[in-house]
Design a protein around this ligand. Structure first.
Ligand SMILES: Nc1ncnc2c1ncn2[C@@H]1O[C@H](COP(=O)(O)OP(=O)(O)OP(=O)(O)O)[C@@H](O)[C@H]1O
Ligand SMILES: [Mg+2]
Length: 242
């Protein structure tokens, strides 16, 4: 298990320097729309989730966090709340510990756990170690207190969470968040799965800010590329504004 979660995927993950122009522009558009929703709703804590695993939650949350941190005087904290398949450390080239599980288990101080990243104004909390009880840790009073204490120090707090359609881990974070961004994988996430997630989020007080459709085949990339499949992002307003 450890091997699987510790595997280096940073090469696969998109970052704002390496990403193709079109994807970067799509992220900017997604950011603009999400920020608009956040400002309109006056929210700062945002959970990223999806129906299933591997739909692009981590890639999307990291890139939106980077985009937010690139705004003037905007401090952003991204927290790896996927304690089953954590990847924020790989995405941001950080050591996994000390991280969230270490802090919640009383093994380190808050200051040791919150790390600077290569991107100025972007701070990160990595997972620490894969625990036997991820759901309990994320719903613990220690976790709630931690979020409350860091709230005043950051303009945005981004939670990268496990898929709502698979495990219940993200629900306490959804409840604490001001808004939820749903990541949908084009030609993969089914309508029934999406509906189920939306129902679960609604029942748990999740305010859906928007839906990011990941892995959209890009018309422009197809046109200018050498026949390869392109990737892009779209931002949907189909749900939300409750
Ligand atoms: N738009 C994209 N373009 C290219 N590759 C992508 C894109 N979105 C995701 N990927 C790749 O797909 C894989 C899954 O993405 P990611 O880790 O973000 O999904 P996830 O929903 O966080 O998965 P998990 O449920 O395991 O946490 C990664 O290898 C990532 O690099
Ligand atoms: Mg992930």
């Amino acid at each position: 298990m450890a091997k699987k979660t510790d595997r280096k995927r940073s090469d696969n993950l998109i970052n704002m320097d390496a990403v193709a122009f079109q994807i970067r522009e799509s992220y900017k558009a997604a950011r603009t729309n999400i920020v608009y929703s956040i400002i309109k709703k006056g929210c700062k804590k945002i959970s990223f989730t999806s129906a299933n695993k591997g739909e692009g939650k981590t890639v999307t949350s990291v890139n939106v966090a980077i985009a937010l941190a690139q705004q003037v005087n905007t401090r952003v904290l991204i927290i790896d709340c996927d304690l089953r398949r954590p990847q924020i450390h790989n995405a941001l080239s950080l050591e996994p510990s000390p991280g969230l599980t270490n802090y919640l288990n009383g093994e380190c101080e808050k200051e040791e756990m919150i790390r600077t990243t290569k991107i100025s104004n972007l701070f990160a909390v990595t997972y620490g170690a894969v625990p036997p009880n991820p759901s309990e840790l994320l719903s613990s009073s220690g976790m709630q207190e931690f979020v409350k204490t860091v709230e005043k120090d950051y303009d945005y707090i981004i939670f990268d969470t496990p898929p709502v359609g698979v495990v219940v881990d993200s629900l306490p974070l959804v409840k604490q968040s001001d808004g939820v961004v749903l990541v949908v994988k084009h030609n993969s996430t089914t309508y029934p799965a999406l509906k189920k997630v939306i129902d679960v989020l609604n029942r748990n007080g999740g305010k859906i800010l928007g839906i990011i459709v990941n892995n959209v085949e890009s018309v422009k990339t197809k046109k200018f590329g050498k026949g390869g499949k392109g990737y892009g992002y779209e931002y949907g307003y189909g749900y939300g504004y409750y």
